[in-house]
Ligand binder design. Structure first.
Ligand SMILES: [Zn+2]
Length: 352
């Protein structure tokens, strides 16, 4: 069985970013005496200057590292800096790009990692993987570990655009098809389904599927979405890889990023939600459930909204499997002819 660890702490509360040192002290009594570094970026520093300065003071005048690029080499350079300067705590403050770099630097330097997300746009806040640049536009998913603590400030999330919450919902909806692809991979001996990880990821999906709070910018919905994203992250940690949260719909998103980044600029969560529509069709499952969810949450999944033409759409699906050849999904079995995929494109254009 894969070895896994759980975060010490998961808090979702209003104004909690002003008390991070206090809540952490319950778990790590001498946390104020540990040397810390806050990882964020220039934009966020402008937006949350006061909060970041307060955090700096709370953690013994800790320094701030501003992320400029999130390449693998940047993460490793930060890890080296952390080790050379005897820093013991890394505080990631930001969205996916910042959090992935902070998370990987903490993993390499074996530091404690506190995750303070400023958006809930995907499950990177709790996942045991980091997506980092390798060379040019190429990016790769690197295995690491989940954070020691995940602290979500409802006030901060409320202040972010609603479309970021929609992306987080999209990443959660995509588990529906990811889980089916995982089962399929299990039947052909390409992967092993861990029942507990499977159940957790299914629960994450169900949390969003059966949610009755439709006001996204409400305290209760922010709690629900955080729970869903964290459950998805824990499922990956238990499984030992991203299979419970990433199937053919994610491969479609990778193919878009790798081959069409000049023409298309769509967020991860929305691209994978778009991917789930087609993946569900390819898996021959009940598409009504996915359509209902995409419509109920008003997710912007009409491909042309994002500059995705019929040619790009079909091209990305036909290249999707190649973006991660070791991962067995429905793409290894389905008919991916131009006509069939173009049909899905036209359906989506008229449905959403
Ligand atoms: Zn995802």
């Amino acid at each position: 069985m894969n070895n896994f660890r759980l975060p010490y702490h998961l808090i979702v509360q209003e104004g909690i970013f002003e008390q991070v040192d206090k809540v952490m002290a319950d778990y790590v009594p001498d946390i104020n005496n540990k040397k810390a570094i806050i990882v964020t970026d220039g934009n966020l520093q402008q937006l949350f200057g006061k909060l970041i300065s307060a955090l700096q003071e709370d953690f013994g005048d800790s320094e701030v590292y501003l992320v400029q690029n999130n390449y693998f080499d940047d993460a490793v350079a930060l890890a080296k800096y952390v080790c050379m300067n005897n820093i013991q705590v890394i505080i990631g403050f930001g969205g996916g790009t910042v959090l992935d770099l902070a998370k990987y630097a903490a993993f390499v330097s074996k530091s404690m990692y506190l995750c303070l997300p400023t958006t809930l746009s995907n499950d990177s806040l709790a996942s045991p993987v980091a997506v980092l640049g390798t060379e040019g536009k190429a990016r790769k998913t690197f295995k690491c570990t989940i954070p020691d603590a995940i602290i979500v400030d409802v006030n901060v999330i409320m202040g972010a655009p609603e479309k970021q919450l929609m992306a987080g919902i999209g990443d959660t909806i995509s588990k529906y098809t990811a889980l089916n692809d995982w089962k399929l991979a299990h039947t052909v001996g390409n992967s092993h389904v861990d029942d507990f990880a499977y159940m957790l990821s299914k629960m994450a999906f169900n949390t969003i599927c059966f949610n009755e709070e439709k006001e996204l910018k409400s305290k209760s919905f922010i709690k629900i979405l955080t729970q869903a994203l964290v459950m998805g992250g824990l499922a990956m940690e238990i499984a030992g890889d991203s299979r419970p949260a990433s199937g053919s719909e994610h491969l479609f998103c990778h193919a878009l990023e790798e081959n069409y980044s000049e023409q298309v600029n769509v967020t991860h969560g929305i691209a994978v939600a778009m991917g789930s529509y087609v993946a569900c069709k390819l898996q021959n499952r009940n598409i009504e459930k996915i359509i209902r969810l995409l419509k109920e949450y008003r997710l912007p999944v009409k491909p042309s909204t994002w500059g995705i033409t019929e040619e790009i759409f079909v091209g990305a699906w036909q290249q999707a499997a190649a973006s991660r050849p070791d991962r067995y999904t429905i793409l290894n079995e389905a008919d991916l002819s131009y006509e069939r995929l173009a049909g899905f494109y036209r359906e989506m254009e008229s449905l959403f």
